[in-house]
Design a protein around this ligand. Structure first.
Ligand SMILES: Nc1nc2c(ncn2[C@@H]2O[C@H](COP(=O)(O)OP(=O)(O)O)[C@@H](O)[C@H]2O)c(=O)[nH]1
Ligand SMILES: [Mg+2]
Length: 405
């Protein structure tokens, strides 16, 4: 499975992610893995290229008729590092060419389930390591399931696939090549697909709504939800419209179907859901529900009884609270350390001052003493002069004697 690394250009929309998540993940960058499933020729590769605004998939080499076609579903993944407004995203697209292309497709879903579970396995294995700092999250966060634009209803293989996969991955059903259907056909087809999905109790990804959200957010969520299954048109080339605009789209004798025009298809809404609005929700649901359920099943099947004190559910608000407490403790520690350093400095300064004060005092004392001595000496001299006695008796005595002579 070769991983191709590319620097991508062009606006995708995930720079909006900081609004969705913790700053920490922004610094580290995101890992997001999307899987595309559907029969060959439904436009999977084209849509991925359209979605990420880049030729992630090179044009297909058409196989010569004599060539041996693979007999199983081949799973390939392509990776790309995208950066937008300083937000890094490591995107992996898992493609499943060959799905549904066989005479007997009864087990087409099996290699895909195995692939998804082996990614859970790898995550579990990393979680169990002593050092869990560098966990690489290769779990599939969203699975775009391409439905053939028949205009009838879901086929057996679609139902089978979704039934097998809905407990393991966020399913996002998509009507491929919607430009081959009229608006009316799309509307009816959508209704029938949703009815089938409900009838078979298939769980597709539903955007969560929270209380106390503003009207705009609620309206956006409702708008996105109303488009499921997204009827999409993919194109990696630009075409000219009748009014002379260059757009991504598909040209027909009767006109141009524009990929980025919400009147023409649901591509913009799909991208909005996948990348801008719900990338973090998809990651969270994968981690908290899909992966957690798989892990519990796996551990139970291995005979490990669930100890609720060990496998406690991760509650996001409790986690934020925990992080906040830890952050506050860190701040308090820093403050205490700073206080200590400050006190030490003050003490040093004080003892230095005291020392120089003592020195000054000693000098002052010396000077005062010597001044005192000088003063008493002078007073003594003064008294002697006043009393007429010689200042220095012995010396003056000889002098006087000489004088007297
Ligand atoms: N009409 C129409 N054709 C498309 C659309 N998307 C892709 N195609 C064409 O369908 C063919 C198969 O596309 P490809 O992306 O290779 O399909 P994949 O096998 O599912 O990966 C190509 O000729 C595409 O140009 C679409 O939205 N509408
Ligand atoms: Mg392809």
């Amino acid at each position: 499975m070769p991983v191709i690394r590319k620097k991508l250009a062009g606006y995708v929309g995930f720079a909006n992610l900081p609004n969705q998540v913790h700053r920490k993940s922004v610094r580290k960058g995101f890992q997001f893995t999307a899987m595309v499933v559907g029969e060959s020729g439904l436009g999977k590769s084209t849509l991925i290229n359209t979605l990420f605004n880049t030729p992630l998939y090179p044009p297909k080499d058409s196989l010569p008729p004599s060539a041996e076609r693979p007999k199983t579903v081949v799973i390939e993944s392509i990776g790309a590092d995208i950066e937008e407004n300083g937000v890094r995203l490591h995107l992996t697209v898992v493609d499943t060419p060959g799905f549904g292309d066989f005479v007997n497709n009864d087990e087409s879903w099996r290699p895909i389930v195995e692939n998804i579970e082996s990614r859970f396995d790898s995550y579990l294995e990393q979680e169990n390591r002593v050092n869990r700092q560098k966990i690489v999250d290769n779990r599939v966060h969203a699975c775009l399931y391409f439905i053939q634009p028949t205009g009838h209803s879901l086929k057996q293989i679609d139902i089978e696939f979704m039934r097998r996969l809905h407990t393991r991955v966020n399913l996002i059903p998509i009507i491929a090549k919607a430009d081959t259907l009229t608006d009316e056909e799309v509307r009816d087809f959508k209704a029938r697909i949703l009815a089938d999905i409900a009838y078979h109790k298939i769980h597709i990804f539903q955007a969560p709504t929270y209380e106390n959200e503003d009207e705009e957010t609620l309206a956006e969520a409702a708008e996105i939800a109303s488009k499921i299954p997204f009827a999409v048109v993919g194109s990696d080339s630009l075409v000219e419209t009748a009014d002379g605009r260059e757009v991504r789209g598909r040209a027909y004798p009767w006109g141009v179907v524009e990929v980025d025009n919400e009147e023409h298809c649901d591509f913009v809404k799909l991208r909005q859901m996948l990348v801008r609005t719900y990338m973090e929700e998809l990651r969270e649901y994968t981690n908290d529900v899909l992966y957690e359920n798989w892990r519990t099943e796996k551990l139970l099947s291995m005979g490990v009884a669930q100890d609720s004190s060990v496998f406690r559910e991760i509650n996001p608000s409790a986690k934020i609270q925990e992080e906040r407490i830890m952050h506050e403790a860190k701040l308090a520690k820093m403050e205490a350390e700073m206080k200590m350093v400050f006190q030490q400095k003050v003490q040093e300064k004080e003892s230095k001052l005291k020392q120089s004060e003592e020195e000054l005092y000693a000098r002052h004392k010396d000077m005062k003493e010597s001044l005192e001595k000088q003063r008493t000496d002078l007073e003594e001299k003064k008294r002697r002069i006043e009393s007429g006695r010689p200042l220095t008796p012995e010396k003056n005595a000889t002098k006087n004697r000489r004088f007297l002579r």
